[in-house]
Design a protein around this ligand. Structure first.
Ligand code: ADP
Ligand code: ZN
Ligand code: ZN
Length: 732
C-alpha cells in the first residue's frame, strides 16, 4: 500500500509546502497537526494528501500529532487564503497560519472556553432572598437577577459584578441554581424593544433589488448619505438571508467602527440568530471561541474587522462591508491584503451577493459602479423624516481674529449650544497637545531621531512623543540647537483644544476622544455612554469620533485645521479628507434638530469644501476621477510597490537598483519607475525606499510580480534588507 504523504503549510517565510509522512495517523485536509521542523516542532495545516513526493521518501519525517478533535478548515477557506497569498505575493503558509486565532498557532489542543448559563432550580424558585445571608450581597443580587429572568449567561453575570460568576456557582452548590452549557453568547439582559421602522421608498427599493437576486453573485454599491438608513437596509437583508436555514452572514466593519452600539443594534433587531464578533479587542480565548462558533456554523451573524474575511464559514450566504472606503480594510504589514477586495473574490467564488456601503465610496468602487461592474443603489435622503442635512459653512481663518485657534463664529456657536443644552463636537485630526515644539530664536523643531517626523508635545506627561515609532523623551528646558530657553508648543492637538475650551467655556462639560484617552479597555464605551446620557456638552476628538455614532442631541460640528491634507503629496489625501469631513459633518443633526457645521480653513474656496458644502459626493468623485485619469493614477492603472528597508540606506539602494533592473528586463508591459524614497524616508530607525510598478493590465503586473519575487528570493542582496511587495498600495 502506498504511503500517505501529507502536504503541510507551515508558518515559515518560504513559498512552498512541506511533505511529511502520515505515520499511520489519519489527518484530513484542513486539519491542524504538529510536525518536527529543524530542531523544533511546529504547528502546520494539512492542505493536501498525496501518494508521492518530490523528495526521497526515506528522508521524510512522520508528523507528531493530529489535533483530531478540532474541525478541519474547509476547502473554501484554504482556497481563498491561497488565492490571496498568490495575489499579494506572500508565502501561503504564513498567510494561512496568521489568519487563524493565536490560540490555534500554539502547540496545544484548542479547547474552547466553555460557556455556562445558570437558572434557578425548583428549590431555588421557592426560596426567599432572606435565606441568603445579608453580607453575601452579590449572591443575593445574582439570585434576584435569576429570579427576574429565565437564564443568565456568564456574560450577563459579568455585567452584574466581577464576582457574580463565583456567586452563581455557590448557588449551584446550595442546590438553588443549576448550570448548563450553552453555545453562543446569547445576551438576554439587553432586550431593548426592537422597533422596526417602515422603510422609505429608497430603502425599500434597495432591499427589493438585492433580495430579488440574493442567491447568486452580484456586487452592490449602496451609496447613502450619513443617516440615510444604510444600516437599516443591512438589517433587512440579513433578516431575509438568515431565514434560509443555517445560512450565515458576514458583516465587515472598520477597525474603529466596531462600537458596542452597532453590535447591540444587530443583536436587538436579530435576536433569534446567534451573533459573534471578531476583532482585536477580544482576549485570545474569546477570539478562539467566537471563531469556532463561526467555523462550526453555530454563529449565524459574524461581525468583524478585516481579518475576519478569512474566517471559515460553512454556510456563508451574504457579505456586507460597512464604510467600504475605510483604509483600515487594508493591512499595512505582513500580507498586505485589502479585505474589501478579498470579500469580492470570496463572494464571487461562493456565488453569493456582496453589499458595499458608504456615504463616500472609494473612488475605485465608484469607478466600478459607473463601469457597471458594481450595481449602484442610492439613498439620497436622511431616514428620519425630520432630520435635515446640516448647514455647512467655511470660515476663512486669515480674515478673523482667532482666539487660541478658534474663530469667533465657532465660539459663538458653541455658547449657543450650551445655552440650548445641545451638544457639540470638535474634530481635530491630531492627538497630543501640539504637533511641534518650536524654538522662537532659531526655528529649531524637535525631530524624531528614528523617523523623518516631528515629535508631538504631550504636555500632561511633560513628554515629547513620536506618533510613528512611539519614541518618548522629556521636554527639553532649552533649545538643543542655540541654547535659547524660549521653546513653544506650536499648533493645536486634541489636548490643547480641550484645555482652550475649558478656559473659554468654564461651565461646559468636555470629553476628549483620541487614542490616548481611550487606551484603557472600555474607556471609549464609558465616554460614549456619558454623551448619550447628556453628561457631556462638548466632545473633542480625532477621526475616532467621525464614524458610526448616532447622537440625537448633537447639533454643532466644528472642524479645526485640516488644511495640511489639502496640499499633501499623497494623491489619496484629499479623497480621505473629503470622506472624513462628510462623515464628521454627518454627526450633526441626526434627529429632529437641525445641524450646523463650521469648518475653519485658510482655503474656503477650495473645490473640496465647495463639494462638501453641497454634500455632493457624486460631483466631487467625478472631478477627482477625471484628474486621476488625466495623470494615469489608480483606478485607471494597476500599481504595486516593492518596498525595502535596512539600517543602512546603501543596502536599500543596492537592492532596489538590482530589483529595478530585473523588473525592467522581465516585462515590457509594465512601467517600472526608478527607486525613490517614500514620504517617510526613515521609520523606526530604518532607512526606506521603494520601486513603483504600474500597468494598464492587471495580469501583466501579476505576472511580473510573480517572476520578480521568485527571482529575488534567495539573492544575497535580498537577504540584507527587509523587503515586501505591496499590491494596490494605499501609502507611498
Ligand atoms: P446610516 O447607516 O446610513 O448612517 P442608519 O441606518 O443608522 O443610517 O439610520 C439613521 C437613523 O435613522 C437611525 O436612528 C435609524 O434608526 C433611523 N432609521 C433608519 N431607517 C429608518 C426608517 N425607514 N424610518 C425611520 N427611521 C429610520
Ligand atoms: Zn533655538
Ligand atoms: Zn519616530
Amino acid at each position: 500500500m502506498p504511503k500517505s504523504i501529507l502536504k503541510i503549510a507551515l508558518d515559515v517565510p518560504l513559498n512552498r509546502l512541506f511533505d511529511y509522512l502520515s505515520g499511520g495517523q489519519v489527518a484530513k485536509v484542513g486539519q491542524r497537526v504538529l510536525v518536527p521542523f529543524g530542531r523544533r516542532s511546529q504547528i502546520g495545516i494539512v492542505v493536501g494528501v498525496a501518494e508521492t513526493s518530490d523528495f526521497a521518501i526515506e528522508k521524510l519525517k512522520p508528523i507528531m500529532q493530529v489535533f483530531a478533535d478540532e474541525l478541519p478548515i474547509n476547502a473554501e477557506t484554504l482556497n481563498l487564503v491561497k488565492f490571496s497569498a498568490d495575489y499579494y505575493q506572500y508565502p501561503f503558509g504564513q498567510a494561512l497560519l496568521s489568519a487563524l486565532p493565536a490560540r490555534l498557532r500554539q502547540i496545544a489542543p484548542a479547547v474552547s472556553r466553555k460557556q455556562y448559563a445558570y437558572q434557578l432550580t425548583d428549590l431555588g424558585r421557592q426560596l426567599d432572598v432572606e435565606a441568603i445571608p445579608k453580607r453575601q450581597l452579590v449572591n443575593r443580587r445574582v439570585f434576584l437577577a435569576l429570579r427576574a429572568s429565565n437564564l443568565l449567561t456568564e456574560a450577563d453575570l459579568d455585567e452584574i459584578s466581577s464576582s457574580a460568576r463565583k456567586a452563581a456557582k455557590q448557588l449551584v452548590i446550595e442546590g438553588w441554581a443549576s448550570s448548563l452549557q450553552v453555545q453562543a453568547t446569547v445576551r438576554t439582559l439587553e432586550t431593548q424593544p426592537a422597533v422596526e421602522p417602515e422603510l422609505n421608498q429608497e430603502q425599500a427599493l434597495a432591499v427589493a433589488r438585492i433580495t430579488q437576486d440574493s442567491q447568486s453573485f452580484k456586487a452592490w454599491l449602496l451609496h447613502g448619505i450619513t443617516g440615510s438608513g444604510k444600516t437599516e437596509v443591512y438589517i433587512r437583508l440579513m433578516q431575509h438571508v438568515l431565514h434560509r436555514s443555517d445560512s450565515q452572514v458576514l458583516v465587515l466593519v472598520p477597525e474603529i467602527n466596531l462600537t458596542p452600539q452597532l453590535e447591540a443594534r444587530f443583536r436587538s433587531r436579530l435576536p433569534n440568530f446567534s451573533l459573534v464578533s471578531l476583532h482585536s479587542n477580544l482576549s485570545e480565548s474569546e477570539r478562539l471561541h467566537h471563531w469556532q462558533l463561526a467555523q462550526s456554523g453555530t454563529a449565524r451573524i459574524i461581525i468583524g474587522t478585516r481579518l475576519s474575511i478569512f474566517t471559515p464559514l460553512p454556510n456563508l450566504k451574504l457579505i456586507i462591508i460597512d464604510e467600504e472606503h475605510d483604509s483600515s480594510y487594508k493591512q499595512q504589514d505582513s500580507m498586505r491584503y485589502h479585505a474589501r477586495d478579498v470579500a469580492l473574490v470570496r463572494a464571487k467564488r461562493l456565488n453569493i451577493p456582496v453589499v458595499l456601503g458608504s456615504a463616500t465610496p472609494a473612488l475605485e468602487s465608484w469607478h466600478n459602479a459607473t463601469a457597471n461592474k458594481y450595481n449602484l443603489l442610492s439613498l439620497n435622503q436622511r431616514a428620519v423624516t425630520a432630520a435635515q442635512l446640516p448647514h455647512i459653512e467655511c470660515i476663512d481663518t486669515t480674515k478673523v481674529n482667532l482666539q487660541q485657534g478658534l474663530t469667533p463664529q465657532l465660539i459663538t456657536a458653541l455658547k449657543l449650544r450650551l445655552a440650548r443644552k445641545e451638544q457639540s463636537l470638535l474634530f481635530i485630526n491630531r492627538r497630543g497637545y501640539s504637533p511641534v515644539l518650536l524654538c522662537s530664536a532659531c526655528h529649531w523643531i524637535a525631530p524624531c531621531m528614528r523617523c523623518s517626523s516631528k515629535l508631538v508635545v504631550h504636555l500632561g506627561q511633560r513628554k515629547l512623543r513620536c506618533h510613528h515609532c512611539g519614541h518618548e523623551q522629556k521636554i527639553p528646558n532649552q533649545c538643543p540647537s542655540c541654547g535659547d530657553a524660549d521653546l513653544h508648543p506650536t499648533g493645536h492637538g486634541t489636548q490643547r483644544l480641550e484645555q482652550t475650551l475649558a478656559q473659554l467655556l468654564p461651565t461646559a462639560r468636555i470629553a476628549r476622544v483620541d487614542r490616548d484617552s481611550t487606551s484603557r479597555k472600555n474607556a471609549l464605551v464609558e465616554i460614549l455612554d456619558k454623551v448619550h446620557n447628556q453628561e457631556i456638552d462638548i466632545l473633542v476628538g480625532t477621526q475616532m469620533l467621525a464614524k458610526g455614532h448616532d447622537f440625537p442631541n448633537l447639533t454643532l460640528v466644528g472642524v479645526i485645521d485640516t488644511d495640511s491634507a489639502l496640499h499633501s503629496p499623497d494623491f489619496r489625501a484629499s479623497e480621505r479628507l473629503f470622506a472624513q469631513l462628510m462623515q464628521v459633518a454627518g454627526r450633526a443633526g441626526r434627529a429632529d434638530k437641525a445641524g450646523q457645521v463650521i469648518i475653519q480653513t485658510q482655503f474656503p474656496e477650495h473645490v473640496l469644501f465647495n463639494a462638501l458644502r453641497t454634500q455632493d459626493y457624486v460631483t466631487y468623485a467625478k472631478a477627482m476621477l477625471q484628474e486621476r485619469e488625466q495623470v494615469q493614477f489608480p483606478p485607471y492603472v494597476f500599481t504595486a510597490l516593492l518596498r525595502a528597508e535596512a539600517n543602512d540606506f546603501a543596502l536599500v539602494h543596492q537592492f532596489l537598483q538590482h530589483a529595478f533592473e530585473l523588473a525592467r528586463s522581465l516585462s515590457d508591459k509594465v512601467l517600472v519607475y526608478d527607486p525613490v524614497r517614500p514620504q517617510m524616508e526613515r521609520l523606526k530607525g530604518m532607512e526606506r525606499g521603494h520601486v513603483l510598478m504600474q500597468a494598464s493590465s492587471r495580469p501583466a503586473l501579476q505576472q511580473l510580480l510573480k517572476n520578480l519575487v521568485s527571482q529575488l528570493r534567495g539573492k544575497t542582496i535580498a537577504a540584507k534588507v527587509r523587503w515586501a511587495v505591496d499590491v494596490n498600495p494605499l501609502e507611498f
